[in-house]
Design a protein around this ligand. Structure first.
Ligand code: B12
Length: 362
């Protein structure tokens, strides 16, 4: 049976175009002096914003986690302010979206959606702090290396970037620490600076490809490690292109002696299921970064669970949405979750020791 949340989510998806144009109309009716009234470029921009808001709201309602809608609003607020829409105007746009939903949706759906808007509006002022907080923490291990590595990337100095990481590896011989305290926070910080308009798309792409190159150079270190008999298949869902986190997770499994089969971004569900069967995988690790990709995770897990040949396969999930929504991993039907690449391996080892004990006992 379809739940009220799923029905509401479907309504939002089916009607998002109409809801968007009514919201933009209401926004300008309530605020005739707001930027861009009678300007088709601005109207178009606000339409796009409303479409994205209703899509994120639909996903958030479908999985019953308001965090995603709240985070989307925080993200969009910074983007809209960057392109010249004042914070108070964006607030009025959200209020217009809410008004239209309450008028246009059936009462029970309107009630659900009202709760999501209420939570987002409660956080509206505080949201600026989320975006303004750096991912490079002064007290964190290797802060200096992370700071210099990021500066080299922003300068476009690949040699310097590689040298900093090489030197740190020579000093510490600790790849895990470099991954978690340099590469990961620097990627996130570059994303934050892009979001605020302080780093260009080109600079972000350069940083990302340099970081991926450095990670590849570490591979021989992992490959030398002792193998265990477990095999892990690693995949992102749907059109998710963010696969560096998953790559780190896979590398940490290699480092811990697992065999791995990395599929990365953009692999169709059938191909993931097929790979799991053909490789006789013990574990599937699924990564999602975008908060509107949770339904894709659910679909993939259901496809694995429906396949008799995968009955003993364990599933771990992770990535940004799981990090911000406690308990989501259980809601999507996974066996476990890890906040980062090290926790991913620890969780898998815990799962398999439990599983092996069960086999021995039965
Ligand atoms: C690099 C990057 C890209 C690259 C990705 C290249 C690649 N090969 O990965 C490209 C350019 C393709 C890209 C595209 C987009 N991006 Co982008 N991107 C980033 C960026 C800067 C870094 C991502 C990253 O590598 N992070 C570092 C890794 C190590 O962290 P992580 O993924 O969280 O992984 C760790 C844990 O989560 C965990 N984990 C991860 N997976 C798993 C799995 C399991 C099983 C377990 C247990 C644990 C686990 O372990 C990992 C390692 O410790 C982020 C910024 C950010 N905050 O991350 C934005 C970011 C994710 N992108 C963003 C956006 C908006 C986009 C685009 C929509 C932009 C656009 N308009 O086109 C597109 C979407 C493309 C798509 N369909 O996926 C937003 C997302 C906003 C949101 N809240 O949803 C971010 C946050 C930037 C921002 N601040 O605005 N992006």
């Amino acid at each position: 049976m379809v739940s009220l949340n799923q029905a509401t989510s479907q309504l939002l998806i089916d009607r998002h175009e109409g809801l968007s144009s009514q919201s933009v109309g209401r926004f300008y009716k309530n605020n005739p002096n707001s930027p861009g009234n009678y300007d088709p470029i601005w109207r178009n921009r606000l339409m796009q914003e409303c479409r994205a808001a209703f899509t994120h709201l639909a996903e958030s309602v479908a999985v019953n986690h308001p965090e995603f809608f709240i985070h989307y609003i925080a993200w969009a607020k910074a983007i809209q302010m960057r392109v010249g829409l004042p914070a108070e105007s964006f607030l009025d746009l959200i209020k217009a979206e809410e008004e239209i939903c309450l008028e246009a949706l059936p009462a029970q759906s309107a009630q659900i959606v009202e709760g999501y808007f209420r939570l987002a509006l409660q956080e509206y002022e505080a949201m600026d702090n989320w975006v303004n907080e750096s991912h490079l923490e002064k007290e964190a291990p290797l802060f200096g290396v992370a700071r210099d590595y990021m500066a080299a990337l922003i300068d476009g100095d690949r040699n310097m970037a590689e040298q900093l990481i090489r030197e740190q590896f020579e000093r510490s011989n600790n790849i895990t620490c470099i991954y978690l305290n340099v590469l990961q926070p620097v990627e996130r910080e570059i994303g934050r600076l892009w979001h605020l308009g302080e780093v260009s798309v080109a600079q972000e792409h350069f940083a990302t490809s340099t970081t991926l190159g450095i990670m590849c150079e570490f591979y021989p270190q992992f490959a030398a490690n002792k193998r265990n008999e477990h095999l892990v298949v690693a995949a992102c869902v749907g059109d998710e292109l963010h696969d560096i986190g998953l790559r780190m997770v896979t590398d940490m499994f290699e480092n811990a002696g697992w065999k791995t089969y990395f599929l990365g971004a953009n692999t169709p569900v059938e191909s993931i299921v097929q790979a799991v069967i053909e490789r006789k995988a013990n574990l599937l690790v699924i990564s999602a970064t975008l908060t509107n990709h949770i339904s894709l995770v659910v679909n993939l897990i259901q496809a694995i669970r429906a396949e008799p040949a995968c009955k003993d396969v364990r599933i771990l999930v992770g990535g940004h949405p799981f990090n911000i929504a406690p308990g989501l991993w259980q809601d999507v039907g996974a066996d476990g979750f890890g906040y980062n690449a090290v926790e991913a391996v620890a969780e898998a080892e815990k799962l398999f020791s439990k599983f092996n004990n069960q086999i021995q006992l039965s």
